[in-house]
Design a protein around this ligand. Structure first.
Ligand code: PGA
Length: 260
């Protein structure tokens, strides 16, 4: 696992966007795995900037989102369909038929989940999966005790996730209890993973994921099993890492590392 510590959120977002841009420059028809939440917003803004100012082309890109709340229609302001459209898709040139987001309103979840997995395979698998991390260490909505070989399925959200996400809803009771999410096993099959985390509320989960044991109690720790996983954090999220000097030494020695 590579760990990149950046001074702040803006810089973290830039470095993450640079990795995505490098992939698109070498593979214009890449399959991207997308994440929602407040953390990847800066990364999406930077990709939009690169699209508008530096002609970064998404016309052959295919995307798969990690997860969606169950019960929210796509036009609900808190649905991940809405989030992705608002913050990213409407600003770049990805063809609508190349965009895949789990359905929060299907009448048959098991069949939908199976179809979603099949569709990922048919598109050649995910080249690069973007990830955030929950304060409970989740990736996607793979809450503590999720199997590390799980596939796309329905999950019940943990109390901590419901509390964390209540800030986006009028009342805590409005937060959906269920979500459809790619599994940890699905995520681990992506050829490259980048996880972004910012702020002191993420410091414990990041330390557990990067330096703790691999455990279903912190599903982000499964990144340790991946051959090409990059964790990009700001100062605050890095606060509890014990090997920080080592990560910085490695990054500084990397010839092609993007800096400013
Ligand atoms: P956040 O969510 O970026 O809004 O903190 C992260 C997550 O739950 O994956």
């Amino acid at each position: 696992m590579e760990v990149i510590v950046q001074r702040d959120y803006a810089q973290m977002s830039k470095v993450a966007a640079q990795i995505v841009a490098e992939l698109l420059n070498t593979k214009p028809n890449a399959v991207l795995g997308m994440a929602t939440g407040s953390t990847p917003l800066g990364l999406y803004q930077e990709l939009v900037r690169l699209h508008e100012k530096e002609q970064l082309d998404f016309s052959r890109v295919t995307t798969f989102n990690l997860d969606e709340y169950v019960g929210l229609p796509g036009n609900h302001p808190q649905s991940y369909h809405y989030f992705m459209h608002e913050h990213f898709f409407r600003h770049v040139n990805i063809p609508a038929h190349n965009i895949n987001i789990p359905s929060g309103t299907t009448s048959n979840y098991p069949a939908f989940c199976e179809w979603y997995e099949k569709r990922i395979t048919e598109c050649g698998g995910i080249d690069l999966q973007i990830l955030g991390i929950g304060t409970d260490g989740h990736i996607g909505f793979n809450e503590p005790t999720s199997s590390l070989s799980s596939r796309t399925r329905l999950k019940t959200l943990s109390k901590q996730t419901i509390d964390d996400n209540a800030r986006f809803f009028e009342r805590r009771e409005d937060v959906p209890v269920y979500a459809i999410t790619m599994g940890v096993g699905t995520i681990l099959e992506a050829r490259q993973l980048i996880l972004v985390a910012s702020g002191k509320t993420k410091a414990k989960a990041i330390a557990q994921a990067v330096e703790g044991p691999v455990t279903s109690m912190v599903t982000a720790s499964a990144l340790q099993l991946h051959r090409d996983a990059v964790v990009i954090v700001d100062e605050e999220a890095a606060a509890r890492l014990t090997m920080r000097d080592y990560y910085e030494f490695i990054y500084a020695a990397k010839p092609a590392a993007p800096r400013s």
